[in-house]
Ligand binder design. Structure first.
Ligand code: GDP
Ligand code: MG
Length: 374
């Protein structure tokens, strides 16, 4: 009976499609699931005969129920309060003079050091600026500041700040997040996870900080909030295994990206840097591939952050820095010295504690924000 066969075939196709839809929805996590009572999208639900006022109502309601999107990121200059005031006073003094003299150079040096640019980088930059002033015949303090801005932008902007998302065929891209305790690793993972979800990627976060159970719980909360898949291990467990488990799960569920948290300190006597090297090796093993190793540095730790960066860069092949707490009492100049001395680009800046408070680092915007006088 051909009719019966066709009917059976149709039923199989319909059931298959329904099962596929159900599983894909599950994978997106509970937060992104549409409310159960509505079922289908409101635009298809509205019959042609519904009066226009009602259509508007339905659509307006639907808009508020849409999957979570991220608001616009804050502007750096609105958050960089302390960093600006560190420079501000000195720059005012320099501009107030009728020409460029030794005192001007001393003030500039003091301003850069106070802004946390660091001795080595400040010296190099000012030497270069002096040459330029001589060569270009700059005599006005205002022109000197313009030249200084240009030097800073050139120094800070000489790096590729893009984030890699592609891995080799069949491998899962991993972003490994490293840094000392309290720097803002877990918070940054939450922000990154939200951003990736908003861009349409499915993310798995792996709780590689097994030092405290609370750390895994904090990450779990972020995962739930941002609709990410999540893997954790036992407290005091092996961080490499947790991350490797996460990668395998991400592979089997076809996630687009693994964000791996790590500890800033350890239970065992194993050296933190040795442990991180191991974590990186394991995470880079098939099916995983570490495409970014992001070092999170608390900008308020000033030049101390530079010392940390040196250590981590040796252990974990750091590809970029996330500079957090630029909204706090940070003075910002650490950006310049990290890049100048280590050649590692600052790729992202944390400017607050909420999910939106992460911005792509941009050299021109940063320097303009530092010098802004409103
Ligand atoms: N003001 C501010 N606080 C931050 C920022 N990033 C993280 N924090 C806070 O710093 C503290 C430590 O962050 P956490 O992510 O737990 O650090 P972790 O130990 O490196 O994982 C928390 O209270 C965060 O809310 C930021 O960009 N600005
Ligand atoms: Mg943490």
């Amino acid at each position: 009976m051909p009719e019966l066969l066709i009917l059976i075939a149709l039923l199989v196709v319909v059931a298959g499609t329904a099962a596929f839809v159900v599983t894909t929805r599950r994978r997106r996590g509970p937060e992104l699931e549409p409310p159960p009572e509505r079922g289908i999208a409101p635009t298809t639900e509205v019959p042609d005969t519904v009066p226009p006022e009602l259509v508007e109502e339905v659509e307006a309601e639907a808009a508020t129920e849409a999957p979570p999107t991220l608001g616009a990121p804050p502007r750096l200059r609105d958050r960089l309060g302390k960093a600006r005031s560190a420079l501000g006073g000195y720059l005012g003094g320099i501009l107030g003079r009728s020409g460029i003299d030794e005192e001007t150079w001393e003030d500039l040096e003091e301003a850069l050091l106070r802004a946390d640019v660091g001795v080595a980088t400040t010296t190099t930059m000012l030497d270069h600026l002096r040459e330029r002033v001589a060569a270009e015949g700059i005599t006005e303090p205002a022109d000197l500041l313009v030249a200084l801005k240009e030097e800073l932008v050139a120094q800070v902007g000489a790096y590729d700040t893009s984030m890699r998302l592609e891995a080799d065929e069949g491998r899962v891209p991993v972003w490994l997040i490293v840094g000392v305790n309290g720097a803002g690793k877990t918070t940054t993972i939450g922000k990154l996870s939200a951003r990736q979800a908003a861009e349409g990627r499915s993310v798995l976060v792996a709780a590689g900080d097994t030092f405290r159970a609370a750390a895994a719980e904090q990450l779990e909360t972020w995962a739930e909030r941002t609709g990410a898949d999540y893997v954790r291990g036992a407290e005091g467990g092996d961080p490499s295994s947790v991350i490797f488990d996460g990668i395998q799960r991400a592979k089997s569920r076809s996630h687009d990206l693994v964000l791996a948290d790590t500890a800033g300190r350890l239970h065992s006597k194993v050296n933190l840097m040795e442990e991180l090297s191991k974590v990186r090796r394991v995470a880079d093993r098939e099916p995983g591939q570490v495409v970014e190793t992001l070092l999170v540095i608390d900008a308020t730790t000033g030049q101390n952050g530079l010392a940390q960066a040196k250590q981590f860069a040796e252990a974990a092949e750091v590809t970029g820095v996330v500079l957090t707490k630029l909204d706090g009492s940070a003075r910002g100049g650490i950006v310049v010295s990290i890049q100048a001395e280590l050649g590692i680009p600052v790729k992202l800046a944390g400017v607050g504690e909420t999910v939106e408070d992460l911005i792509d680092f941009d050299a021109t915007e940063f320097v303009e924000a530092l010098f802004a006088d409103d």
